[in-house]
Design a protein around this ligand. Structure first.
Ligand code: NAD
Ligand code: ZN
Ligand code: ZN
Length: 344
């Protein structure tokens, strides 16, 4: 009999995930099979379920791109990992390896890139097929549940901070203190940056303070931009916008210091007005940032292995995923929910 596994799949955009018993996939040449131990729930999974973006995943599909697990089977020709290794199956599931972007270690923008839990089935399932050349290698000493948020929320906020080009001693604004942002605050402090945390929820701001933020500003206040400019002595050298909310983007551009860089990471559907005169006259850079490359992944994990960054996690079973999505949509998840696949 073919072995079976539990999986939660999107069958229709905007509808609850459907629980299914599927065949455990068999790794083909160059593939590996990973037995899931834990998988974080990213706001991107919610955008995926809702079909929010111009590039839509083919239906049905299994979301989840923060899956951590143990390699249990190798397809023909695999040498990059071995059975028993703990790996993560990230958003950057695979890329061509030979285009101009791959050669420049910019593989997240490779035209042939595949995305975990989006164009390939992801970690909301007991087993995941993966490409051994693109899995994250989880450092010894990190538990699977703690590693899970790092392979998307962690790498994305860390890479986004690097893309601001803010130097130690300078200010960054982190707008949105959820899954990405609460890790971003910790990375920024570990990188020697001053942090001004921005959110619409005072509880998230209080959490940012506990994590080391030097200043906090509630984005709902009418004078939020002025408050940031005051706290940072003229605007932040770097602004990282993780909020899945369009008003945060125009606001974030206005929080950027002259000659500073505003990095866009949140992806709410739609467009935002750009204060063109201010951007031009203040020489502001606006830049998108999309996860990170494999070196960024190793660096992001190393901060955690060194004890400098730790995700705040709430464990839930796979069966709770639809309730978790409802809370995530309302901003009611404090930091990160991780689906725990360990036997109960
Ligand atoms: P989350 O829901 O855990 O956190 C979002 C936070 O933003 C919450 O704390 C919420 O209170 C706050 N927020 C909402 N509106 C705000 C506003 N107007 N101003 C300031 N803060 C506001 O979400 P997450 O998992 O951290 O993901 C955030 C976004 O980042 C999503 O759009 C997701 O798709 C995107 N994302 C992008 C990448 C990338 O590579 N660029 C990677 C991962 C996630
Ligand atoms: Zn993600
Ligand atoms: Zn490529």
């Amino acid at each position: 009999m073919t072995p079976k596994m539990q999986a939660a799949q999107v069958e229709h955009f905007g509808k609850p995930l459907v629980f299914k018993e599927l065949d455990v996939p068999v790794p083909g040449p160059g593939q590996i099979l990973v037995k899931t131990e834990a998988c974080g729930v990213c706001h991107t999974d919610l955008h995926a379920r809702d079909g929010d973006w111009p590039l839509k995943p083919p239906l049905p599909f299994t979301p989840g791109h923060e899956g951590i697990g143990i390699v249990t089977a190798l397809g023909d020709g695999v040498t990059a990992v071995k059975k028993g290794d703990r790996v993560g199956v990230p958003w950057l599931y695979s890329a061509c390896g030979h285009c101009e972007f791959c050669l420049a270690a910019q593989e997240p923008v490779c035209a042939e890139a595949q995305f975990g839990g989006y164009t390939r089935n992801g970690g909301f399932a007991e087993y995941i097929l993966a490409d051994p050349n693109y899995v994250a290698h989880i450092p010894a000493g990190l538990y699977a549940v703690d590693a899970a948020p790092l392979i998307c929320a962690g790498i994305t906020s860390y890479k986004g901070l690097k893309e601001t080009q803010a130097k130690p001693g300078q200010w960054v604004v982190i707008s949105g203190i959820g899954g990405l942002g609460h890790l971003g605050v910790q990375y920024a402090k570990a990188m020697g940056l001053h942090v001004c945390a921005v959110d619409i929820d005072d509880a998230k701001l209080a959490h940012a303070t506990r994590l080391g933020a030097d200043a906090v500003v509630n984005a709902k206040h009418a004078d939020a931009v002025a408050a940031v400019v005051k706290a940072t002595g003229g605007g932040a050298h770097g602004v990282l916008i993780t909020a899945p909310s369009l008003p945060a983007f125009e606001q974030g551009v206005r929080m950027t210091r002259k000659h500073g860089t505003c990095v866009l990471v949140g992806i709410p559907p739609g467009e935002f007005p750009t204060p063109l005169f201010d951007v031009v006259a203040n020489c502001i850079t606006i830049r998108g940032s999309f996860v990170g490359n494999r070196r960024d992944m190793a660096e992001a994990l190393a901060f955690a292995a060194d004890g400098k960054v730790k995700a705040d996690i709430e464990l839930q079973p796979l069966s709770a995923i639809n309730k978790v999505f409802d809370r995530l949509a309302k901003g009611e998840v404090p930091s990160r929910v991780v689906l725990d696949f360990s036997p109960r």
